[in-house]
Design a protein around this ligand. Sequence first.
Ligand code: ATP
Length: 472
Amino acid sequence: MAQQRYLAQVDMGKLVSLCKRRGLVFPGSEIYGGLGSTWDYGPLGVELKRNVKEAWWRATVHRRDDVVGLDAAILMHPRTWEASGHAEGFADPLMECTSCNQRFRTDDPRLAAPIKFGPQATLYEMPRRTCPDCGGVGTLTDPRMFNLMFKTFVGPVEDSASQAWLRPETAQGIFVNFASVLAATRLKLPFGIAQIGKSFRNEITPGNFIFRTREFEQMELEYFVKPGTDDQWLDYWLKERLNWYLGLGLRQENLRLREHGKDELAHYAKACSDVEYRFPWGWAELEGIANRTDFDLKRHSDFSGQDLSYFDQETGERYTPYVIEPSGGVDRTVLALLVDAYDEEPDPTGKEKEVRTVLRFHPDIAPVKVAVLPLSRNEKLVPTARQVYATVRQRFMAQYDDAQSIGRRYRRQDEVGTPLCVTVDFQTVEQDNQVTIRHRDTMAQVRVPIPELVPALEEQLAAMGQTSGPTA
Ligand code: ATP
């Protein structure tokens, strides 16, 4: 059972401000006024993100015999995108303002609202064909298709021969390496190739903090199977992937699988379901899990002239494998974890007037696992506290903090989701060589001898992992 939460609904404004204040996520290029929907992960955010990626890599690659990893280049041969269909099909119908050149999706809600004009008493309305951005100065063109891939040039000459694209998904790097991986590893079907990396999409309507951005990180697995077994493997991966999110500590009631209707399916997909999370603005996709059939391997085979089929030694058949693709977003997972963990509770001791803000992260995900806090900066305490810190950080991502009152320091650690704090006090140095371990969620405190501290911390982190979901 996940820890009981006090808050019914998370206020995104408060979450975004906490992320900035505590070094989780900063607005990108802020000193220059920012760059539309780019975000930078700060000292604690980078730890959180790494924990997500490492949990995925452990579950998808290290703990399986049938999946290997890959780290392909972001820049790929332009033919890749012709074969994948992105050069032609990865586009949205957009209307462009003839004055300010801003582009709008045809379903932009601002276009639906009619324009009101005229004196206050007799307002006239007309349908929105004028630009909502430049105050009705420009008119909008008919919808045209715009490609969402970022264009760049390879080498010093900017002409069509040197034109390339930043990848809009990591998957194609896997397909073009299919034969090389097979030759290098001698894997037998079914097997998968996993990759984590940056992707780029010139999204028209980025937003909702790190939910939809133009530069983001994906965690993708292409799992190759024998045709005819694809339906059952899709079912298998739906369950695996949903369980993975539960294992990170996300609440069951905030997660669901949603199957795509036939009209929603990409042209290459036989079936697809999304893992969705209940964000403050509604249910939205964390990950798509699709049966991409043999579309990609066949297309790359046709476009490259290379054989991308598989010889089945057991049956003596040669065929092109089908592929099941679980494709998730690192940033969206980070956001779901932040939303799910965010809580405010009244101080149970009644001593502090402020509410206590806590990020109730699963310990595997928490950016800092243990904080070492001397009761004060008193010179009697510091050497022991430093020594304890040196020991603890050998095993855990740890922080040392001796600024301000101990109560404030506990609150600061709660706010970034640190599961355990270790306090060194006068009793430690003068009497018993024991320290206090204080729990983030219950605020309970126990004393343990310093030589037993590391195993005690291990045990208590494992126990906390059990109460906020199965360990990742
Ligand atoms: P959406 O419809 O929400 O834009 P999509 O269906 O286009 O997403 P996919 O192409 O299935 O997304 O990409 C797989 C995953 O990559 C998504 O589930 C999401 O986690 C992540 N992702 C895709 N686009 C973005 C983006 N612009 N910003 C952040 N993450 C993204």
